[in-house]
Design a protein around this ligand. Structure first.
Ligand SMILES: [Zn+2]
Length: 468
């Protein structure tokens, strides 16, 4: 008797699942393409933004399917859309997110016009094709498919099409988190920040962003007496500043690993050539000398990896002087800081002062949108396990949990306790240097990979949120 009810229940649920008509993926691909091209054709360049036409489009598609949604904004032209499919409430919601704005374009540099969604040679070209209208269309198709399939859910599935990701988060994620967090509060979030890497047309690995570094800025100001250029001064502000910048450039912040980066290098080693693998294993060593050897290799040959293991500092702006015969009284440098999420910013600025070791150089925080920090997406969670299983099923490759050196809007959600994972479609590693990547002048996506991503993402959501 004790066993009877669960078995009966399983039978009933299985029958219900079997009765659901199978998804016609060929038709879904066509529909994906139709929505994707429509979205790419809206010029949502940020600045100024103007995401409204894209949101109006999503609205009309969701309305036609009877999927409930809300439109929320603090600038009417830059709305956010939140749609929700209700589950039983047995588990907390799953949020899927994509941003409708794109970075600016210089149309004269584009072979295919940036907002025409041209299909050519198996690609779709257009600004936003891999950043981030791919995630927007995936979110839309997931909602449509869950609704049409009448999938029973253990948790609500929320779709957020947000504005302002590319530099104006005050209208997008910040507004949503500060003013309407209850509408997007979730246990897990899936959004941009991950990708599947192909090389020579073959899938090599899938990166899933589980954590990201925290951007900050530091400004250095050196001052000294002004004077005539014909009479050099020991206390020249430009020289003082240059010395400080050189010291920062030569300094290495200590290497720090965490669960994500440790798993990343272990797994990367397992799929790399013996030569590469040697460095990835060395960085995990308990011997500081071995670690330093690998670190030096990264700093010269694999700078992205060097950044992933520490707080990084890049001096990116330097200003001083205005004419050749005047010794300026002031010179400034701005440092781009990407903080390791486990580092303390107050200790960091003290460390920078110590490295410079010159009390006449003022060290202060620079103006910058400070994204909050938050805990890493758990590598043992139900969501991450589902991601790994779906990566294996759809891409037959290994999942690398990644701490991104760059920043995404997930930082704001992590700060609220949401476990976030960045996912994305497959792209060719060769495309970046050739100028076809995100933010490039010929941004494009492999059409077949867009379809694979939508299917992967749908089954992933179904796995995490569907009734078990
Ligand atoms: Zn993006």
């Amino acid at each position: 008797m004790g066993h009877f009810t669960p078995i009966l229940l399983t039978v009933v649920l299985t029958v219900a699942a079997l009765q659901r008509p199978p998804i016609d993926w060929k038709a879904a691909d066509q529909e994906t393409l139709r929505h994707f091209q429509a979205l790419l054709k809206f010029d949502t360049s940020d600045p100024p933004g103007h995401e409204k036409p894209a949101v109006d489009y999503l609205k009309q598609v969701l309305e036609a399917e009877g999927i409930p949604f809300e439109i929320l904004f603090n600038e009417a032209n830059r709305p956010n859309l939140v749609a929700r499919l209700r589950g039983s409430g047995a588990k907390r919601p799953l949020l899927i997110m994509g941003h409708t704005d794109v970075v600016n374009v210089d149309p004269t540099k584009w072979k295919h016009p940036p907002f025409a969604a041209v299909r050519d040679g198996g690609y779709v070209y257009g600004r936003g094709s891999v950043d981030d209208k791919d995630n927007v269309v995936a979110g839309l198709m997931i909602m449509l498919t869950l609704k049409r399939q009448n999938v029973s859910l253990d948790r609500d599935v929320i779709f957020l099409a947000e504005s302002g990701e590319e530099g104006s988060t005050r209208v997008g994620i910040q507004f949503m988190v500060n003013e309407h967090f209850a509408k997007i509060d979730a246990e897990y979030c899936l959004a941009e920040g991950g990708s599947v890497t192909r090389t020579g047309g073959k899938v090599k690995f899938a990166s899933v962003q589980t954590l990201e570094k925290i951007p900050r800025g530091i400004e250095l100001t050196a001052r000294g007496p002004a004077g005539h250029g014909s009479t050099p001064l020991r206390d020249n502000a430009v020289v003082r500043l240059a010395t400080a910048v050189a010291k920062i450039g030569a300094w290495k912040a200590p290497v720090r690993l965490n669960d994500t980066t440790r798993a990343y290098f272990e797994r990367l080693a397992s799929i790399s050539t013996p030569e590469e693998a040697k460095q990835y294993r060395a960085i995990l060593s308990s011997d500081p000398k071995v670690v330093d050897g690998a670190d030096e290799h990264f700093l010269v040959r694999e700078p992205r990896h060097a950044s992933m293991i520490r707080t990084s500092i890049s001096p990116n702006i330097i200003q001083g002087g205005y004419r050749i015969n005047v010794i300026p009284s002031e010179a400034k440098a701005t440092l781009d800081i990407r903080m390791h999420p486990d580092d303390d910013h107050l200790a960091l600025i003290e460390q920078v002062k110590k490295v410079i070791g010159d009390p006449k150089v003022e060290v202060a925080w620079a103006q910058r949108d400070v994204r909050p920090g938050g805990a890493s997406g758990n590598l043992a969670s139900e969501a991450f396990k589902a991601i790994e299983a779906m990566v294996t099923k759809h891409y037959q490759t290994v999942t690398l949990p990644t701490m991104s050196p760059g920043a995404t809007d997930m930082a704001y959600l992590r700060a609220k306790g949401v476990q976030c994972y960045g996912v994305g479609p497959a792209t060719d590693i060769e495309d970046g240097p050739l100028g076809f990547g995100s933010h490039s002048d010929q941004e494009r996506i492999l059409e077949a990979e867009l379809y694979r991503f939508v299917k992967f993402h749908y089954e992933l959501v179904e796995q995490i949120a569907g009734r078990r």
